[in-house]
Every structure is written in structure tokens, then in C-alpha cells.
Design a protein around this ligand. Structure first.
Ligand SMILES: C[S@@+](CC[C@H](N)C(=O)[O-])C[C@H]1O[C@@H](n2cnc3c(N)ncnc32)[C@H](O)[C@@H]1O
Length: 265
């Protein structure tokens, strides 16, 4: 069950089929303050509370997911190989919106030094418990604490999907551009909208009450925004969902290389 946000004509409401039953979710008001994030916009606070609540169910759902997703593994492997070709073995990358760290662990097994960052303290706690050899932090990709050029690459797998305004998407891309060294790589994965860009509200995920928005992207628009943020787009992939493995949405991926200065959007 989902409900529409009142008074926002751009938002559409669908069932977000993440496997659960409906219920009213928690809602955090105003600007929240959490460790690692000084000031959190209201809707990011709702994302944090929601993922804190759904952590157990999410871990159960995704812990083995990559082993059934060959194209995702192929893209992550290409990302890891190209980053290490450019910067050497053990290059440092960020997994932004890392969830419980399964993608970070896959990249680490390929030789990268990975730091996972997530808005949800519960996800970070779980990721640390599951992968104690890796580094995880609470933070928001729209206001990263990392220094300029800290990473040789970054991935954002199904995490910019919770940034609902174009300005927020641009803020995250600007942060990736600031924190990725020149010639470093960015790999982004999103859900694609059937009719272009759309945002939906969900009040349940995997049977757990939540209160958050999911954005479905137009891949050409996203690739254009990535280019405008100062990256050269090297590859795009659109794939149909793997039946029985994941939510049945069309998936889109963009692989891009940081070049030069940020171009204001
Ligand atoms: C759908 S899950 C994806 C997790 C993991 N990347 C994967 O592929 O399974 C989205 C994750 O992004 C995190 N997230 C959402 N907004 C974020 C933000 N602004 N900064 C950092 N993490 C965020 C959520 O807490 C959640 O763990």
C-alpha cells in the first residue's frame, strides 16, 4: 500500500513491490541531526528512519543478491579493473549508500580499498558486523565529509533513488566530483521509469512500515546531469530485471570518468 504526497503534482504513487505488506510509516519532522550528518533535510531524515527500520529484512533480501546478477557483477568488475588500471592496486573508492555492505565487499574482493557510507546508522552497524575488515561511516552523499580528491572512484548503487529533487541529485553529483580524483570513475545504478522520470512514495518495504520516496529515472537525463557535473560518460546499460531475484523494475547504469572542473548546471 502506498499513499500520495498531497499537493505535489509531479509525484506519482505506485506500489513499490519490495515484498511486504502495507502500514503507516514513521515520519521525522524538520531538520534532524545524526552522527556524521550535521543537518539533515526532512525527507532524508525519513529515509534514515525507514532504512534503520528495514535493515534486518533488507539484509535477508540482498545478502546473496549479487551472485544472481551477472550484469551487475560485470559492471562492478569493469569499474574495479579500470580504477586499478588508472591508480594501481588497492585504489580507494567510496560506496555511497552502501546499505549492509555486500557491494562494498564484492569490490574489496577485487582488490579495491572500500569505504562504505550510508545515511542509516543501523545499516552502517550491520555492514560493520558483516564485513569487519572494511570501513563504514554514517553520512549523506549530498554533504560528504571526505576531503577533495579523497577517492579514486565511487559507486552509488540504488542510493541516489532516494534523492527526490533535481537539486539534490546535482548536490550529490557535485560531491562525487569534488571527492573523486581527476580521471577517477563513478558508477551509478538506478531504477528507470516506464514513462521517464517519476517519484513515488512508499509506506511499506519488505513488510516493514516506512515513509520515503523512490525516484525512477530517465537515463538520458541522468547521463546529461552526470556530464554537466564534470564527468565524461563512458558507458550506459539498460537491462530488464532478473525474475525472482529483485524488484521487477528496469535497471539503468552509467559509468563515467571525472574530467576537469565542475560545470555549473
Ligand atoms: C536501496 S538501498 C541500496 C543499498 C545498496 N547500495 C544496494 O545496492 O543494495 C539504498 C541505501 O541508500 C541509503 N541512502 C539513501 N539516501 C542516502 C544519502 N543521501 N546518503 C547516503 N546514503 C543514502 C539508504 O540508507 C540505503 O541503505
Amino acid at each position: 500500500m502506498t499513499r500520495a504526497a498531497e499537493g505535489d503534482e509531479e509525484r506519482q504513487t505506485h506500489r513499490v513491490d519490495a515484498g511486504g505488506e502495507g502500514a503507516s510509516g514513521p515520519r521525522a519532522h524538520g531538520v534532524a541531526k545524526i552522527a556524521g550528518v550535521e543537518r539533515l533535510p526532512e525527507h532524508q531524515a525519513r529515509v534514515r528512519v525507514s532504512y534503520d527500520a528495514v535493515t534486518d529484512a533488507y539484509v535477508e533480501r540482498v545478502h546473496d543478491e549479487l551472485s544472481h546478477k551477472p550484469l551487475d557483477r560485470a559492471l562492478l568488475t569493469a569499474f574495479a579493473e579500470q580504477v586499478q588500471d588508472q591508480f594501481g592496486a588497492g585504489a580507494s573508492v567510496c560506496d555511497a549508500g552502501c546499505g549492509p555492505g555486500h557491494v562494498a565487499a564484492f569490490l574489496a574482493a577485487l582488490g579495491l580499498t572500500v569505504t562504505g557510507i550510508d545515511l542509516s546508522p543501523a545499516m552502517v552497524t550491520r555492514a560493520t558486523a558483516l564485513h569487519p575488515e572494511l570501513s563504514f561511516e554514517v553520512g549523506s552523499m549530498t554533504a560528504l565529509s571526505a576531503a577533495d580528491g579523497r577517492w579514486q572512484g565511487a559507486i552509488a548503487f540504488y542510493s541516489i533513488i532516494h534523492l527526490t529533487s533535481d537539486e539534490e541529485i546535482r548536490a550529490a553529483l557535485s560531491e562525487f566530483h569534488r571527492t573523486i580524483a581527476d580521471h577517477g570513475l563513478l558508477l551509478v545504478a538506478v531504477h528507470l521509469g516506464e514513462h521517464g522520470d517519476a517519484t513515488v512514495h512508499a509506506d511499506e518495504m519488505l513488510g516493514v512500515p516506512v515513509d520515503l520516496e523512490f525516484r525512477f529515472f530517465d537515463l538520458e537525463w541522468l547521463a546529461g546531469e552526470i556530464a554537466a557535473a564534470g564527468f565524461q560518460v563512458e558507458a550506459r546499460l539498460v537491462r530488464t530485471p532478473y525474475p525472482g531475484v529483485e524488484v521487477q523494475t528496469t535497471r539503468g547504469y552509467v559509468l563515467a570518468r571525472r574530467v576537469g572542473e565542475h560545470v555549473a548546471a
